[in-house]
Design a protein around this ligand. Structure first.
Ligand code: SF4
Ligand code: SF4
Length: 78
């Protein structure tokens, strides 16, 4: 069972970054409407039912704001 954990305080925002949305093969990242303490809009937690646990978001997030447990880690879309 895959699990995606977000650390929203570490995120520099979907507008300024958004790499997670770009690399997710399932397009599961959309911006929250709530700012973090730094004033950025982090993503909402992705739908874990649709997540394949490919690990792309964790690998490419430059701020280590996402952790993925379980599933494949090779980035291939199923
Ligand atoms: S692990 Fe893959 S499918 Fe799941 S949210 Fe991250 S990029 Fe999307
Ligand atoms: S890739 Fe990381 S820092 Fe960039 S928007 Fe996504 S969670 Fe935030």
């Amino acid at each position: 069972m895959q699990k995606v954990t977000l650390f929203p305080q570490a995120c520099k925002g979907m507008e300024d970054c958004g790499i997670c949305a770009f690399v997710c093969p399932k397009s599961l990242f959309v911006a929250s409407e709530e700012m973090n303490e730094a004033g950025y809009l982090p993503p909402l937690p992705p739908d874990e039912e649709k997540c394949t646990a490919c690990g792309n978001c964790m690998i490419y997030c430059p701020d280590f704001a996402i952790a993925v447990e379980g599933g494949a880690t090779d980035g291939r879309e199923e």
